[in-house]
Design a binder for this molecule. Structure first.
Ligand code: GZL
Length: 344
């Protein structure tokens, strides 16, 4: 009984102390509700340009750099509220993400389509919702009315550059007078703009040469693992490959492992020449060491251009239907001047 009394007394003292403290601070009615960060951010968010960004995946260093470029440019400090979604190379995930952006009524949709086919329905929904769509990196098949503009690379030009380098270099390739020039192509996923454009551009040059023989065109999915697996398979099928055209550096790194495990070498005095695309730092180093003979750059730094185009649209200015980023071709002759500044 005594203990219960003590407990009640202690509680009463605590309540009295709390009320005394409160009155010293002006009581509930005078307490100004703290300016919650949510309130501040709500005010700021209303002024921000809301962008839904559907990225196709994170399969390569190139892709990671592309994503970072857009995230850095479309930052809150730059006046944007960015909602990012990684589709992990599945078209259905991108369609889901775009529908989510539409239901959230974003101001703009930016997306890198994994494949060119299959976007009409969801892009019509975006159009009906009055949300402009900006394509980055890759294009879509179908009506150009489904998007406002494209920002990225001219993939066919990239493919042509690879072919034109080989045209100039082919006489340095050791083969018999009447021997064909045997070429294998490791491609990106069939139906992606990068695969379609690079293949089309390279084959446009190849058809000018009756002695160039395209032994195989097989997808390496733009990844190291699949690139190695596909190259190992081609080495088992063909024992006289002169040139490997690999449509991105990840597949090139995998292919080089397979070539080395087969006891073969690449480069100027090697068993075969390697042409690669993207131009990430590790690849540029291999160009400098003479292991990759020709590196066709694919520039992932597209974020600033995306931000610039959105600001134009916000200001009611006309924008072009497509914007291409600047790109180079690297060989042992010029790579040194660019390697030191490569950040990815
Ligand atoms: C090219 C881009 C390709 C890169 C690959 O614009 O679509 O996808 O070349 C990436 O590295 O996976």
């Amino acid at each position: 009984m005594k203990n219960e009394k003590r407990l009640v007394m202690a509680l009463i003292v605590l309540i009295v102390m709390f009320l005394a403290l409160l009155s010293a601070r002006g009581g509930f009615e005078n307490a100004t509700p703290p300016q919650t960060t949510e309130d501040e951010s709500v005010l700021e968010d209303e002024d921000l340009i809301v962008v839904g960004f559907s990225q196709l995946g994170s399969e390569s260093v190139w892709r990671a750099t592309h994503t970072e470029s857009i995230q850095n440019a479309l930052s809150k400090e730059n006046g944007f509220f960015l909602q990012y979604s990684n589709a992990r190379q599945k078209q259905e995930n991108q369609i889901k993400a775009i529908r989510g952006f539409i239901s959230q009524r974003v101001d703009y949709i930016v997306f890198a389509p994994f494949m060119e086919e299959g976007w009409e329905t969801v892009l019509m929904e975006a159009k009906d919702a009055g949300i402009p769509v900006i394509l980055v990196d890759r294009k879509i098949a179908g009506s150009e009315d489904l998007y406002t503009t494209f920002i990225g690379s001219d993939m066919e030009a990239e493919g042509r550059k690879a072919g034109e380098w080989l045209e100039a270099d082919q006489e340095h390739i050791d083969r018999g007078e009447d021997d064909p020039l045997n070429i294998v192509m490791l491609t990106g996923p069939f139906g992606s703009t990068s695969q379609l454009g690079r293949s089309r551009g390279f084959l446009e040059v190849a058809q000018r040469h009756a002695d160039w023989r395209i032994l195989a065109q097989e997808s390496g999915d733009f990844t190291v693992v699949k690139g190695k697996e596909t190259m190992a398979k081609l080495l088992r099928q063909y024992d006289d490959i002169d040139v490997v055209v690999s449509q991105n550096d990840e597949m090139t790194f995998g292919a080089m492992e397979a070539i080395s495990e087969a006891g073969l070498t690449t480069g100027k005095y090697g068993d075969m020449k390697l042409i690669s695309f993207d131009g990430v730092k590790d690849a540029l180093e291999l160009v400098q060491y003479g292991k990759i003979s020709c590196e066709v750059e694919c520039n992932p730094q597209q974020g600033e251009l995306v931000a610039e185009v959105i600001r134009k649209m916000e200001a009611g200015e006309k924008v072009e239907k497509e914007y291409f980023v600047d790109e180079l071709v690297f060989t042992q002759a010029n790579v040194g001047a660019y390697l030191k500044d490569r950040t990815y």
